[in-house]
Design a protein around this ligand. Structure first.
Ligand code: AMP
Length: 282
């Protein structure tokens, strides 16, 4: 397989993509099977796939892991070459945020301040701003995001609808390791003991789904009991939300809902989610 062409400038990318029908996969690099799942779906959706690799500084808060965030452009390009990706956009921070900018941002609605947004103030403004910039630069017909980052996927979809951006947002399933843990670039920071503890996240989601017949309270209790048993894990939030609004469901909610969870294991923050069908037998 040929290596993808790596383009570092906005002008260069626009010239390369002129007239092409593009499926776009934005990433921060350090690619794993989860990212490659997105790439494989993108390859089915349009003749040209563009993957961006950009560790976006504006979505990291002060004291977060921007400096230690893994970077491996060589390894990433080899993986993308093996998938048959032709174009990689890898801009510098200066290219994306040149000096002299006026600081215009895209701010999400109230959901952007909840869950991940509450734990990481400003995170979703950084995400929505960079995604909006990338969509304007790449002008894809479809952009592929992971369902692993469910709130991000919800907010990007909402932005596209609210601002009438001419792109379809496609959600791709979560890739997991054999032990159930969702793949994440941050998993490499887990020690073997922490890694075992992290498995409580997918186990809690499984417990949640199994309790769905008992209603929301039973779901939360089932998940909580799994998470509370794990000493190395400190729970940030656990909620059951309506996929249409991303707001917590009411007690009598029937139909599809989403259990979302975030926890810290050591210094590493992990998130996960799963769909379930709430059908209270009351
Ligand atoms: P990131 O590089 O972490 O910003 O992620 C880039 C894209 O990959 C986002 O749309 C994520 O939701 C998606 N992604 C990350 N981890 C996974 C996974 N385990 N399975 C599927 N998609 C993922």
């Amino acid at each position: 397989m040929n290596d993808p062409v790596v383009i570092e400038t906005i002008a260069g990318l626009r010239a390369t993509l002129a007239g092409r029908e593009v499926a776009f996969v934005p990433t921060m690099g350090a690619l794993h099977e989860g990212h490659l799942t997105l790439v494989r779906e993108a390859l089915e959706l349009a003749p040209t796939v563009v993957v961006s690799i950009f560790v976006n500084p504006t979505q990291f808060g002060r004291g977060e892991d921007l400096d230690r965030y893994p970077r491996d452009l060589e390894g990433d390009l080899a993986k993308l070459a093996a998938e048959g990706v032709e174009v990689v956009f890898a801009p510098s921070a200066e290219e994306m945020y040149p000096p002299g900018g006026a600081g215009t941002t895209v701010v999400g609605g109230p959901v952007a301040g909840m869950f991940e947004g509450r734990a990481r103030p400003g995170h979703f403004t950084g995400v929505l701003t960079v995604v909006s910039k990338l969509l304007h630069i790449v002008q894809p017909k479809v952009a592929v995001f992971g369902r692993k980052d469910a709130q991000q996927l919800f907010l990007v979809g909402a932005m596209v609808r609210d601002l009438d951006l001419p792109v379809r947002i496609h959600g791709a399933p979560t890739a997991r390791d054999a032990d159930g843990l969702a793949l994440s670039s941050r998993n490499r920071f887990l020690s073997p003991e922490q890694r075992l503890a992290a498995r409580a996240l997918p186990r809690a989601l499984e417990a949640a789904s199994s309790a769905a017949d008992g209603g929301v309270d039973a779901v939360v209790a089932a998940a909580q009991s799994v998470l509370m048993d794990e000493e190395l894990l400190s729970l940030d939030y656990l909620a059951v939300v309506d996929p249409a609004t991303f707001l917590p469901v009411s007690d009598d909610h029937r139909g599809v809902a989403k259990t979302i969870v975030a926890a810290k294991v050591g210094d590493t923050r992990l998130i996960d989610n799963d769909d379930l069908y709430l059908n209270p037998a009351r």
